[in-house]
Design a protein around this ligand. Structure first.
Ligand SMILES: Cc1cc2nc3c(=O)[nH]c(=O)nc-3n(C[C@H](O)[C@H](O)[C@H](O)COP(=O)(O)OP(=O)(O)OC[C@H]3O[C@@H](n4cnc5c(N)ncnc54)[C@H](O)[C@@H]3O)c2cc1C
Length: 384
């Protein structure tokens, strides 16, 4: 799968400028991902997938992002849904008291992904960001299932996914935040609002929700699991973007090397030094991401694993923005023209620190931890 991602990246890169300019969903990239079987990356082999771990995912995301960060970011949402579902092992399900129907539904969603379905994430809301505890989308019990109503924003791939993971709070008991996998179609309306500085091809539009779903759409089969899952698997909520932004940063270094070689600027010491510093910074960020990912696979949930998860997101986000800015400066004004790869990468890299957990939030989490507090509860605002 990593080789497949490496093979596809140049194809994505060749299409990236057009999708960025038009703000259009990279449908052709997604057709390639489907054909390569990458929608089944996180799906266990017994359900027809590749059975990848988190480190495998990080390696794939890095390669895809070297081609087009926006494509890799949308793919990250699908990997998060399937990875978190696959992470609910039968033992964990027992510990959480999940009903057998929920495990059958988990397997159905995963098997469908291995056959080519892909899932988007509709968690964030205007005003609440991605903080689960602050969401205003609600659900009520209706007939044999649930009626979900509300409005989401920043939904990458909106209008193109086969189903959407929608987070909502119970109208009957607002402390319960649950997640549903809702098929595309009636009851979901996309409002095209995404015309952003960077990651333009993610098409992260608003999604209006007024839909009734059967009982089986409730992930885990038990209400109120969303916050539990966020704390049990912070790597999907925090660190999965990190690999994407390190890939974007590496693409910026590659684009700068191509540019300075073509323009015969490589003899200039200041240009060479910028490229040298950027190369080292990206390599270090990549190591931090892979270290976090290795620990997630080996010791998920450990205090030190979680520290690495938050470190990785912080380092990746800030490195991407810093490196892309420096590479643009090394390349000069001609690289600022619309359509130049560095101009797009500079804007795409800018989003890394802003995606949750933002760099500031990561730094606060790590700082609270370093001075002996509980970083999940002792922040100035709810983490989730
Ligand atoms: C390219 C892109 C694609 C995205 N795709 C998706 C998607 O597919 N699905 C989805 O659901 N969302 C998606 N998002 C949205 C993302 O997950 C966040 O929810 C969103 O960026 C938060 O937006 P916000 O403007 O409310 O900022 P916030 O995260 O609320 O941040 C605003 C400010 O408050 C600070 N802050 C926030 N929380 C805390 C805290 N606990 N403690 C201290 N300070 C804090 C931040 O550092 C920042 O300075 C995407 C975002 C981007 C940029």
């Amino acid at each position: 799968m990593i080789d497949e991602a490496r093979r596809l990246a140049p194809r994505f890169a060749a299409r990236a400028a057009r999708h960025d300019r038009d703000g259009s969903f990279p449908a052709d990239d997604f057709a390639d991902l489907r054909r390569a079987g990458l929608f089944g990356l996180m799906v266990p082999a017994r359900l027809g997938g590749a059975g990848a771990g988190f480190a495998d995912y990080a390696a794939v995301a890095y390669e895809l992002a070297r081609g087009n960060g926006a494509t890799a970011l949308i793919f990250n949402m699908h990997a998060s849904v399937t990875g978190a579902l696959a992470g609910v092992t039968d033992d964990l399900a027992d510990a959480l008291g999940l009903p057998p129907e929920a495990l059958r539904a988990r397997d159905d969603h995963l098997a469908a992904a291995a056959l080519g379905s892909w899932y988007a994430v509709a968690m964030s809301e205007r005003g609440a960001g991605s903080r689960l505890s602050q969401l205003s989308t609600t659900y009520t019990r209706a007939g044999g299932g649930f009626r979900i109503t509300g409005a989401k924003t920043f939904c990458s791939g909106a209008g193109h996914a086969d189903a959407y993971l929608i987070a909502a709070r119970s109208a009957a008991d607002p402390a319960q935040v649950s997640q549903f996998l809702v098929p595309a179609g009636d009851g979901l309306r996309v409002e095209p609002t995404w015309d952003a500085l960077g990651m333009r091809a993610t098409g992260s539009h608003d999604l209006h929700v007024d839909v009734t779903v059967p009982e089986g759409a409730l992930l885990g089969g038990v209400e109120g699991l969303a916050l539990v899952v966020a704390q049990l698997a912070p790597h999907w909520m925090v660190a999965s973007y990190a690999a994407v932004y390190v890939g974007v940063a590496r693409a910026a270094v590659d684009a700068a090397v191509t540019h300075v070689t073509e323009r015969k600027l490589g003899h200039l010491p200041a240009v060479r030094a910028r490229i040298g510093r950027a190369d080292a910074a990206v390599a270090a960020a990549h190591l931090a991401v892979m270290e976090a990912a290795r620990r997630v696979d080996e010791a998920p949930g450990d205090a030190e694993t979680n520290r690495w998860v938050w470190r990785a997101k912080l380092i990746a986000g800030t490195t991407a923005a810093d490196v892309a800015a420096s590479m643009l400066e090394a390349a000069g004004t001609s690289a600022m023209r619309r359509g130049h790869p560095l101009e797009r990468l500079y804007r795409d890299a800018r989003a890394g620190s802003l995606q949750p957990a933002t760099s500031d939030v990561c730094a606060d989490w790590l700082g609270v931890d370093a001075i002996g507090g509980d970083p999940d509860t002792d922040g100035s605002a709810p983490r989730w």
